[in-house]
Write a protein that binds this ligand. Structure first.
Ligand code: FES
Ligand code: FES
Length: 175
């Protein structure tokens, strides 16, 4: 009975397992995974980093967004092998001693309802704001995060929070 309930990937033999090396949230990691595993599957099911969400699993929702070498990537469409030797950052790596300004602004704006989209939005927003390095407009945020869907339709507060964070981050860089 239990075998029937197990996902197909857990029942299948793993003759084609790969040994992958990557830096995840600043730590060197070696992990064995079937060659067909996506980065999202390795993060969630091999490394227990469940912050990145498995929403649509086909590139439509953005809930699985992580950063690979500083660029936002849909981890459900990225083979784990493509991240071999690269630096991966997930939402778990975002908070060190303090909340990141984007997290802080989302908290203050109450920009999460169920929170399912939040990790992907944080990863996409951080990659975007780091790339542009300045305060951004609401329109720019809406365009940059067009691939991140929020089922709770909390876009106004999410955009407000990211605009506010961009101003804080720009001022901090000038200090
Ligand atoms: S889970 Fe990757 S885009 Fe939806
Ligand atoms: S807060 Fe629920 S999906 Fe965005």
């Amino acid at each position: 009975m239990l075998a029937q309930l197990m996902p197909a990937r857990d029942k299948a033999p793993m003759p084609d397992a790969l040994l992958l090396s990557m830096k995840v949230n600043g730590e060197d990691v070696e992990v064995a995974a079937p060659a067909h595993f996506t980065l999202l599957e390795v993060l969630r099911y091999k490394l227990d980093l469940i912050g990145s969400k498995q929403g649509c699993d086909k590139g439509d929702c953005g809930a699985c967004t992580v950063q690979v070498d500083g660029k936002a990537k849909l981890s459900c469409l990225t083979l784990a092998a493509q991240a071999n030797g690269r630096e991966v950052r997930t939402v778990e790596g975002m908070t060190a001693a303090h909340l990141h300004p984007i997290q802080d602004c989302m908290d203050k704006e109450v920009a999460a309802q169920c929170g399912f989209c939040t990790p992907g939005i944080l990863m996409a927003a951080e990659a975007y704001l780091s790339k542009v390095g300045r305060a951004v407009s609401r329109e720019e945020v809406a365009e940059a995060l067009a691939g991140n869907l929020c089922r709770c339709t909390g876009y106004v507060k999410i955009v407000d929070a990211i605009v506010g964070a961009s101003e804080i981050m720009a001022n901090t860089e000038q200090d």
